[in-house]
Design a protein around this ligand. Sequence first.
Ligand SMILES: [Zn+2]
Ligand SMILES: [Zn+2]
Length: 533
Amino acid sequence: MILTLRSRLTAVCFINTKNSTRQIVPRSLRTISLLNFFKKEPLNQKPQPTLNQDNLFHPFSKSPFPAIIARGEAIKSLASCPVCASHHDHTHAHTKAQPRAIAFQCPDCGWPTHCTEEHWLADNDHAKYCSRLREVNEDEHDLRSGRRLREFELPGPQDTESAISFSNWDVFWYTRNYPSMDTERSRRHASKLLTYPITIGSVIHQYSPLTLGNQRLTPEGSRSLAALRSTLHGTTGTPETEEASIDKPQMRIFILGARAESSLPPHVWEQLTLLFPAALFHLYFIGPQVSLPKPPATPTSDPISGTATQSTSVSPSSQVEASESKSESPLSAKSEEEEPVYLPNVYEPPTPAPIARHKRTRSSIERYGVPSYTIPYTPQLTITGMRCNYHEVHAQFQDTFDPYTDLFFVFSPGFGFPSPTSISDVTGEPLLQIESSTEWGPVLPLLLATKCPVFVTGFSPTDVERDVTSLSIAPGVAGEFDWVITPGENAFGSEKWEVADFDPRVMVKANWGIWGIRGKRRDVREVWESNII
Ligand SMILES: [Zn+2]
Ligand SMILES: [Zn+2]
């Protein structure tokens, strides 16, 4: 089994060699620009200009939209010229100046890319990135163009007579009655919006594309999913209706290390629950960068904002720190116009801005002891967000975990990335995040002990390989798990390229790949053997 997995993974990684431009990729690149489209416009905001579909391309500095101009400025302050950098790499550091900052915008993609026109002309590599960068440029302008974004008009309940197919985005959209996605651009927008809920749905649904037949599901995984599906779908032959859910236990989905996904509007998460008409869901977003609701309109003491803890993320960029601290002080947040125009996505993506306060939002700090909220959004869906590290609240759930109702999802956790804070006593090198006490080190053994499945995504083949490889060195993880889903591509990843502000040559796609594990179930013989050793 292991051999098969390794070769699968190697094959996957081989494809990637073209795309991997450097090893230090941000832990996750999840820009939040798209999410901002669901915010209410501030009352005093000037009307946005409108753009025609044949007028979407604008160099960043000449964009009609302040957020895009601000992003160009952020890149200029964070990225360095790749041609200067390559000269720098080939000579002794003391004989050459540092790479110069970026000041020149490529006329073909509109992104700030090089220090000067000369270095842009001298760079034969830029052609590899230019067309993708142009595509992102046009997508960003299209989102703000003022056109009716039909791809964000989400369908209601599924017709009970017609089955949903999860083969790929196209058949999914078709069988779920989404508006037709006529252009690649619409597909990119819609897949980016829906990738989090539909990735979860496609894994746990009885019509999942991950099967024993295509070797993405293991026999152990098949047992785990059968247990979950008995709660999700009910016994075969019974109608999947709302009435059938009345005496069902709630499905609890714990989404750990949540960031952008915790700021998706509840109606987007509702799309997950509509795939399972006979099931009840409670989603828990837990992590130091979970987005919390804005404070209530009356500025009295609010338990959520009053005790907001600091984020444990450590960013090398003071700009990110500044923008994070800004978004973390909801007490002082008066209105949306105070938010920065653009939050750069450097190494650690910024904590998303506070989410809108739904009329049923209530604080849960007394229940969980950490800054938190709960929204009973529909009879089928409850959402709880907690801003803390998972191991701080695990004890509250520890005795209640049940493999028939509970599962974990971790989107692009960066298990295999070096910890920004923890150093090995032995080597003096940074520990990987999966073994570091300040990141995932204490968490994974707790999850494996529950025997509930843990599903993990990665933003590229290299990212998936790095995280999976790190499992073999982590104390309390190596040798302690069974595979549920073998590592490989996720049919419901985002199709939109996310570009790194610190180096626009680094591009990834959210939830490109997926895999899953769960704590090993030891049979009697194994336990007996371990006892006599
Ligand atoms: Zn240069
Ligand atoms: Zn270009």
